[in-house]
Design a protein around this ligand. Sequence first.
Ligand code: NDP
Length: 322
Amino acid sequence: MKAIQICETGGPEVLTLAELPIPEPGPGQVLIRVEAVGVNFIEIYFRKGVYKAALPMTLGSEAAGTVEELGPGVSGFEAGDAVASVSVLGSYAEYALVPAAQLVKVPAGLSMEQAAAAMLQGMTAHYLAYSTFPLKAGDTALVHAGAGGVGLLLTQMASRLGARVITTVSTKAKAELSREAGASEVILYTEKDFETEVKRLTDGKGVDVVYDSVGKTTFEQSLNCLRPRGTLALFGASSGPVPPFDLIQLSSKGSLFITRPTLWHHVTTRQELEWRAGDVMSWAVKGKLKLRTELMYPLAEAAHAHIDLENRATTGKLLLEP
Ligand code: NDP
């Protein structure tokens, strides 16, 4: 089978198309034929060596596909089932293994592409809006990268919960998409200082929560955008990791809260996984959650997907087609 591997860390050029044997499912595992692969920033962190892994490594953790074979002890699935997961053991491939405990069925009415697009970014938006800082009517949230994959989904969920959503984006085209997703106000941070704008838009009060996936270049100002006792949910580092930070600043800036959440700690039980995946996929089927999936690359062109994602050239979800 074909798979995209890295044998060393580095730029997009380290992604290599390899020919590997189809893996055999062990106890508790399911072999799937991959039909759509979700591309996520985490693969860029692994490729660059920001996150460590044993090499060679087949990249990728998100995919939708069809069950091929069940490992010993697996029940609840059968060959031919349409399934999806964010815990695939190397999803940039034609076939991949998935722990059955982390696999969910794709409901009728959702394509493989939509399923692959919904899972990781959708469940991330879900835990941010429903668990990290559970939003309610009247709250004001600042969402960075408002036209990004997570950003578009988070904005839709937050506005549906009745929150006022202010977003930041780099271009006018992205501003338009962010508005369509439900943002009340969109700040073009390439033209205006977002901290000044947020203060102006909130009459100097600040927002209740900042959902910050950008990291290094936004962190300090994100804190300044919060109301006293507001929450910063720092959930990514698209611009690079945030440098070490003196906690006393949380006091001087208004008894603030910071959390650095990750999806893996929000799908720890079968019940929680089914709740989040079920919500996201059923909303997508009913048209309550709009998925943006127009960027599809052949598996062999995974490097292009990485380049586009890193260069802020994308909106919504990037997928690979094996
Ligand atoms: P996005 O589609 O949001 O792409 C990143 C966006 O960030 C860009 O399009 C760009 O938007 C903005 N950005 C700002 N500065 C930079 C920069 N220096 N380099 C690159 N991009 C920049 O990606 P995803 O939706 O896939 O992921 C968003 C973030 O969320 C990532 O950091 C990812 O690691 C994180 N994440 C975290 C999870 C968790 O559980 N903790 C789970 C899933 C994702 P603009 O042009 O508008 O500035």
